[in-house]
Design a protein around this ligand. Sequence first.
Ligand SMILES: Nc1ncnc2c1ncn2[C@@H]1O[C@H](COP(=O)(O)OP(=O)(O)OP(=O)(O)O)[C@@H](O)[C@H]1O
Ligand SMILES: [Mg+2]
Length: 378
Amino acid sequence: MKLEHNPFVDIGYRGSEYFCDREDETELLRKYIDNQTNTTLFAFRRLGKTGLIQHVFESFKKSKKQVCIYVDILSTTDKASFINQLATAIYAAFPENNGIGKQIIEAIKLLRPTIQFDELTGQPSVGITTINQQQQETTIATLFSFLDSQNVKIVFALDEFQQILVYPEKNMEALLRTQMQALKNTSFIFCGSNQAIMHEIFNDAKRPFFASCTYMSLDFIPKKKYGNFIKKLFKKYVKSISNEAVDFICDWTSLHTFYTQYFCNQLFAKGILDIDITDVKLLASDILALQEAKFYQYRTLLTKAQWNLLKAIANEQRLFKPHAKAFIIKSGLGSSSIVTRTLDALLAKEMVYRNTQIEKPYYEVYDKFLMRWLQSKK
Ligand SMILES: Nc1ncnc2c1ncn2[C@@H]1O[C@H](COP(=O)(O)OP(=O)(O)OP(=O)(O)O)[C@@H](O)[C@H]1O
Ligand SMILES: [Mg+2]
């Protein structure tokens, strides 16, 4: 087969052929969308939340009964930029040449937007000027209610939802919750990777979103499924890969989707026809060498205690008991209270995550390559 592109996608979504598993999660999310159930989707960074949403949205694309609108709010910093991002996503979701599309574009035009097209991608971006909070709130309500009145089912995915907490305006949650309750044909997926913040927004009885959504989380893709996927894709491009090599990839990247994809992408790019364990081990050490400068930079950004704790956690791989005497001695931090404080700082900086979704929660270094590099520096 002629080599056209690298089948191991490490940025964005390129279709179900290159998407591994997530069958149950896809079915569940589709069911929630069908039933207009508002959903919170949580998973650690780079595990595949956005990929799953795009995979599910892709599967709805052909059906005219359901319009899927994806809004990434990571780059927004206030209500005004939220409005622009929302309007841009709506504008992009409706082709101007169909009936509803025409009306929606007309409705957006009533808000006197500026519409610019990216020179490289040709993608439109909509800018709406609002003069005060009142007008901003009315604009958000107008955008949602106009869509909702079009007699078509709409689902919004608001990705990186935790970002609304950095807005200077403090009523964003209440505003969106009120909208959500008023809409008849519209449902929402709120997606985020900061477990503590997502938990705060959706599970605190004193906050607007309390008990308003169904919770869904993503776990790691099972080793057997990921291993088969890797083998299948290499085979498709007439390359063979030994079981030992596949095993190594799955273990070394801890099946953390982005890192596994990145590794396979780099491996594929090498163009080796019969991949064995020596090839993957060599690549692993090349990846670490390539990223070393970044890792040393992390060291300058952390305190000595934070760096030592990070190293100690990496060496455990999974740390179940940070306050056990043996671990406190190994980390060199001296006391349980210093471990607590330092661990909190590492969690806040997202250098470490705590997996609480299983029977025995544990701490692990977020960046799998950094983890392997720290382990290699024992
Ligand atoms: N099921 C999958 N099969 C193959 N590749 C995937 C799968 N899920 C995600 N990916 C790839 O892994 C990378 C990380 O996934 P994605 O961006 O969806 O994660 P995320 O949880 O949204 O991350 P972040 O928290 O940084 O937003 C992406 O490049 C994506 O292409
Ligand atoms: Mg994402």
